[in-house]
Design a protein around this ligand. Structure first.
Ligand code: F6R
Length: 615
């Protein structure tokens, strides 16, 4: 959701900025723009509705020279997607240009004030209000840019990551952060890179500074990075090393990132377990559990907060913690939790799950939990993101950057981490028998190999996919551990193919959704062999009796379901609690192939953003 890139150095900025915007395309956007100061001190701004490639076309033949610049991909919040509303926004005199991620909540009041002082506006955005405010302060108080930014930010309520250029100071780039991520990359030559996440920076430098809320960074060519707050107090952020390879950021021969990421899962899950499960595959060690053993073992209750796919992983976590650790668990949509008045006890453990680590609602839920005195544990993918920095401890899922907007490998990574955490805690709490613990740990280490087998269903699913492209509605059914997988399968399909899909607990179907079933309605049933197998078969019969078309995910060698399902997809056998790690794969592939058959842009579905940094 909205992407920021900036560069200040000795090279031409434009190619770096465009490449950076392309690396951020996965976040979702509807327009893009770039601002550059050329050798003559001209500040040029170019913007286009649509893709970064549309911006490139628009810039052809224009002056894109200059070694300082900022660029942006916008996901509309205030004002329709258009070139006028796209960022950067000029100040009234054309001296400043600014890009912004987030929302300025009191923009209307500030705008009215400025209008009463004679300032006029070109766009409908909250962002333009900020740049006009900064220039107004700069002019009326004779302040330098930093001083004007500080005064302006004192007046602003909301979330922002901003970057600003001043044509009077072509060697300086200023940026600021409040509740919206920003990373500064430190080049070897006193040059600087700026971005909303590390992916556009990784190919130039591995030294980065993640700005904290309230930080304002001043980058001046050839000088050290200066970080202050709005009261001009010096801040001392840590320089960190990032470990992202170019291969991780590119498609590696796959037509889409989503397919690449689906196929990466066996390797990702191995990485996720590496160093955490010992070579004998009989013990799990998580440093967070060693460091905070007492808090975690004594948890009176676990509350899981998350959104979207991460929430689905949380539902699987609930079953794992309840059955293995005997700890009661509640799973909450972060967006609901933050605005209720939830009862939170000091001996609750709140687990926040997030791929991006920047989801605004999840961050707000964490803040609420911390204020209530609960212990907050993060399960995150993006290293150094806001969530791991705002939780007391946590576990990274280590599945590498996820670029496809539809989450795939992050889901299985989250489920793997939750499985390891539940097993660790169950062992510490003695709620699991030693032999069973070892058996489950050993089975977990076999999952990547079984995932490789599950991925072999790809060809069969590719052949099946065209059958479902006509569908307007689909139903996904599962029970127990597979119910959240049904929800996740349905979410994947609607996100990228725009076919409406519902996930339901299979037995709940007869309490309503059964009315929808007819021969036009594809029904996908997760019917792997577990304790609810016979019950799920009855549910399949109920669908069949109403003319429904059933595609069943079954355990390999299952001949029973084959007799009455229209299509059967076989999966390797595993224990019940790890079945989601198998069943998720064909459902991801199914959504992918149906969307491709329908000609959809799988990696950039309409209206969606990868990192939802506004509420
Ligand atoms: C689904 C998807 C979203 C995210 C949700 C939470 O494919 O990607 O539903 O899961 O926006 O994002 P994170 O996990 O980054 O907090």
């Amino acid at each position: 959701m909205c992407g920021i890139v900036g560069y200040l150095g000795r090279d031409e900025a434009y190619p770096i900025l465009i490449k950076g915007l392309k690396r951020l395309e996965y976040r979702g956007y509807d327009s893009a723009g770039v601002a550059l100061i050329d050798g003559q001190g001209e500040l040029n701004v170019y913007k286009a509705k649509g893709k970064v490639s549309d911006l490139e076309t628009y810039c052809e033949g224009k002056d894109t020279s200059g070694s300082i610049g900022i660029a942006h991909t916008r996901w509309a919040t205030h004002g329709e997607p258009s070139a006028t509303n796209a960022h950067p926004h000029y100040s009234a005199s054309g001296r400043l240009a600014l890009i912004h991620n987030g929302i300025i909540e009191n923009y209307a009041t500030i705008k009215e004030n400025l209008q009463s002082l004679g300032v006029s506006f070109r766009s409908a955005t909250d962002t333009e209000v900020l740049v006009q405010l900064i220039e107004h302060i700069q002019k009326s108080n004779d302040l330098d840019l930093l001083g004007a930014v500080q005064v302006a930010l004192h007046q602003v309520i909301g979330a922002y990551a901003i970057a600003i250029l001043d044509r009077e100071h072509p060697d300086t780039l200023i940026c600021a952060r409040q509740s919206s991520p920003l990373v500064v990359g430190l080049g070897g030559d006193g040059d600087f890179y700026l971005a909303s996440d590390a992916s556009p920076i990784a190919e130039y430098t591995d030294k980065v500074v993640y700005l904290n809320d309230g930080d304002i960074a001043v980058m001046q060519l050839g000088h050290d990075l200066q970080v202050v707050n709005i009261d001009n107090e010096e801040q001392h952020p840590k320089v960190r090393q990032i470990d992202i390879t170019l291969g991780q950021l590119e498609k590696g021969g796959y037509p889409y990132f989503m397919l690449k990421e689906i196929f990466e899962q066996p390797g990702c899950i191995r990485d996720c377990m590496r160093g955490r499960i010992n070579v004998d595959a009989d013990r799990i060690t998580l440093s967070a559990v060693i460091d905070y053993r007492e808090k975690l073992v004594a948890a009176r209750r676990i509350i899981i907060v998350a959104c979207g796919t991460s929430w689905h992983a949380g539902l699987i976590g609930k079953q794992l913690f309840e059955s293995l650790c005997r700890i009661p668990v509640e799973v909450e949509y972060a967006s609901e939790f933050r605005y209720r008045e939830p009862v939170i006890f000091p001996d609750d453990v709140v687990i926040a799950i997030s791929q991006s680590g920047e989801t605004a609602d999840t961050l707000a839920a964490i803040e609420l939990a911390r204020k209530s005195g609960a212990f907050v544990f993060g399960v995150c993918n993006a290293i150094g993101a806001s969530i791991p920095r705002q939780t007391q401890t946590g576990v990274y899922i280590h599945v590498g950057p996820e670029i496809g907007v539809a989450s795939t490998k992050a889901f299985t990574g989250q489920v793997t981490v939750l499985s390891m955490l539940a097993l660790c805690l169950a062992n510490e709490r003695r709620t699991i028998d030693g032999a069973r613990y070892k058996e489950l740990v050993a089975e977990l280490t076999r999952i990547p190999e079984k995932m490789e087998q599950a991925l072999k269903t790809n060809e069969q699913i590719e052949r099946l996919a065209p059958i479902f492209t006509y569908a307007r509605n689909c139903l996904y059914l599962g029970r127990g551990y597979n119910y959240p997988v049904a929800l996740e399968g349905a979410l994947k399909l609607k996100e990228i193919s725009y076919i409406h899909a519902e996930g339901y607990p299979a037995a709940e179907m007869k309490h309503g959704p059964i009315a929808l079933i007819d021969s036009e309605m594809p029904v996908f049933v997760i019917a792997t062999r577990d304790k609810l197998y016979d019950k799920v078969i009855s549910n399949i019969q109920e669908v069949r009796a109403r003319g429904g078309r059933v595609t069943a995910l079954v355990t390999e060698g299952d001949e029973r379901i084959r007799q009455f399902a229209d299509h059967v997809i076989e999966l390797p056998d595993t224990v019940e609690c790890f079945q989601p790690l198998m069943a998720a794969i064909p459902l991801q592939l199914l959504a992918y192939h149906i969307a491709v058959c329908k000609g959809k842009d799988v990696d950039r579905p309409r209206n969606l953003a990868k990192s939802v940094t506004v509420e």
